[in-house]
Design a protein around this ligand. Structure first.
Ligand SMILES: [Zn+2]
Length: 164
């Protein structure tokens, strides 16, 4: 179960190609798109890691400046309709599940107003060439249960579509 997240077939192909290019180091980037009237998330464009990203075996730090610029250009070009939806990254030879660090990163994005979304997506592409597995979740607020604050993560079902 879960909400669908629509990803262009071409963008999914690019994620796999970027994952293979950096393999066995992690890579990643950003999803751009919009929320449809029915509430489903539609990815329309993918941003890669950027030239100054740092790729490690179990860690990936994007080129934030590059990504911010790409996000702004895309946002303006779509007349404000398409915006930052969330991040994606690879787990080479690993599972597509979010690590605890990934969850912390996701909650930090949700708590950063300048990210432009309070309900960011995080997608993980785990595995290797020909055997990639894509998993995605959406942050959906906090459950306040004293003394711990827990985050609600909604599982998303990645569905591929062909862009017109
Ligand atoms: Zn991760």
């Amino acid at each position: 179960m879960g909400e669908p997240i629509w990803i262009p077939r071409q963008a999914y192909g690019l994620m796999c190609a970027l994952g293979e290019k950096s393999f066995p180091l992690e890579t990643g980037g950003v999803f751009l798109g919009y929320k449809a009237n029915n509430g489903e998330l539609v990815v329309t464009a993918l941003i890669g890691p950027g030239p100054n990203a740092r790729h490690s075996r179990y860690r990936f730090a994007p080129d934030a400046e590059y990504q911010q610029e790409k996000i702004e250009v895309h946002h303006a070009r779509s007349e404000g309709r398409e915006t930052y939806l969330g991040d994606w990254h690879t787990h080479p030879r690993g599972s597509a599940d979010l690590s605890s660090l990934d969850k912390r990163t996701l909650t930090r994005i949700a708590d950063t107003p300048s990210s432009g979304t309070g309900t960011p997506v995080m997608a993980v592409l785990g595995g290797e060439s020909e055997k990639w597995d894509l998993n995605a979740v959406r942050f959906d607020g906090w459950t306040r249960r004293f003394p711990f604050k827990r985050c609600n993560l909604v599982p998303l079902l990645p569905r591929l579509y062909d862009q017109a």
